[in-house]
Design a protein around this ligand. Structure first.
Ligand code: SAM
Ligand code: DTB
Ligand code: SF4
Length: 360
């Protein structure tokens, strides 16, 4: 028995999201400590293996060919270029590489064969390797798995209702289908979304309800704050407040206790204190490196200093391969610092705790 539930309703998640902040943080941090080492954060690095010129119309994306953004595009990188970038990332403390391609979907042929070779190459470096290449078929997922892919990233981005406001060239069901194809292999699933695109709290929580309903839940959930890029339809969006990011991270942690929650795009505009609260609320991964795929990210030295200030260690590769099966097993792995809070004792659940909070 653990706290993982696949039947969270949108309204339950909205209630969580809107809790007084201190209650939300306390609940999320308590769950976080039951399943994860609160002083360890995974450092991952993004490599944009094919940049720009994408046929899709995702309203947030600087890589869509139809928008006039200032990014420098490039064709598929060579295996040697990717290996050099991965080695550099490893030497600066990354345990995971995520390779992104500005494709609508993967086409079988020379380019896909080259990506498979990149996967094999990074795998030999003893790093987790993740890809985000757009839609893939079941057969392509199998081939990636055979090449040693550890994770496939394919974001739901927002709720099913709001999706249509942001993207018209593909539907929510297409996204879910690719996730299902990945699930048929032993590649782990990475799927999350973006906040700050003009969506409501209801949309954010609706997306979390869909992600939490997947069985098994995604092993990894990136939470991105929109990076509003000039030339995209969302260029004028006001930056989302840090409190919203913290709430989103906390709600994600509570409804998906075992998942790796990734504080992804948008960190450049977050204070160190804001990021610290996100780690407290359950975020346990960041993307490091001066660039995400095409937009700026905090510099590596500042991130190292932040880890030192907060006493955070970086997570070793494959540390999450064997997930603890029970709360008790994890509690013995990470003994609590003080007395156990009541909802971590046998028989107490987060739902009971929420009811108690509401009654107060
Ligand atoms: N083309 C593939 C796809 O869309 O699935 C993979 C690459 S795509 C750039 C990966 C993810 O990056 C998107 O699903 C979106 O969540 C995120 N993303 C893209 N542009 C962003 C932006 N401006 N701000 C925040 N997140 C962004
Ligand atoms: C994810 O959810 N965020 C990362 C990773 N998965 C691929 C990408 C963020 C991209 C931000 C915009 C850019 O740099 O182009
Ligand atoms: Fe293309 Fe992916 Fe950008 Fe959408 S998010 S435009 S599919 S690169």
């Amino acid at each position: 028995m653990n706290d993982t539930r696949n039947d969270w309703t949108k309204s339950e998640i909205i209630d969580l999201y809107n809790l007084p902040l201190m209650d939300l943080l306390y609940n999320a941090a308590t769950i976080h400590r039951q399943y994860h080492d609160p002083n360890t954060v995974q450092v991952s690095t993004l490599i944009s293996i094919k940049t720009g010129g994408c046929s899709e119309d995702c309203g947030y994306c600087p890589q869509a060919a139809r928008y006039h953004t200032n990014i420098e595009g490039n064709d598929l990188l060579s295996v040697q270029q990717v290996k050099a970038l991965a080695l550099r990332a490893k030497s600066s403390g990354s345990s995971r590489i995520c390779m992104g391609a500005a494709w609508r979907n993967v086409k079988d042929g020379e380019d896909f064969d080259q990506v498979l070779e990149m996967v094999r190459t990074i795998n030999k470096l003893d790093m987790e390797v993740c890809c985000t290449l757009g839609m893939i078929t079941e057969n392509q997922a199998k081939r990636l798995s055979e090449a040693g892919l550890y994770a496939y990233n394919h974001n739901l981005d927002t709720s099913e209702e709001y999706y249509k406001e942001v993207i018209s060239t593909r539907g929510y069901k297409d996204r879910l289908k690719t996730i299902e194809n990945v699930r048929k292999t032993n590649v782990t699933v990475c799927s999350g979304g973006i906040i700050g695109m003009g969506e409501s709290v209801e949309d954010r929580c609706g997306m979390l309800a869909t992600l939490a309903s997947l069985n098994p839940q995604p092993e990894s959930v990136p939470i991105n704050a929109l990076v509003a890029v000039e030339g995209t339809p969302l260029e004028d969006q006001q930056p989302v407040e840090i409190w919203e990011i913290i709430r989103m991270v906390a709600a994600t942690r509570i409804v998906m206790p075992l998942t790796q929650v990734r504080l992804s795009a948008g960190r450049k505009d977050m204070s160190r204190e804001g990021q610290a609260l996100c780690f407290f609320a359950g975020a346990n991964s960041i993307f490091a490196g001066d660039k995400l795929l095409t937009t700026p990210n905090p510099n590596v030295v500042d991130d190292i200093k932040l880890f030192e200030k907060l006493g955070l260690k970086s997570q070793k590769p494959f540390a999450k391969k064997a997930q603890p099966k029970t709360v008790e097993a994890e509690a013995s792995a990470y003994p609590p610092l003080g007395e156990k809070p009541r909802w971590s004792r046998p028989g107490h659940t987060i739902e009971k705790n929420l009811k108690a909070e509401k009654k107060r």
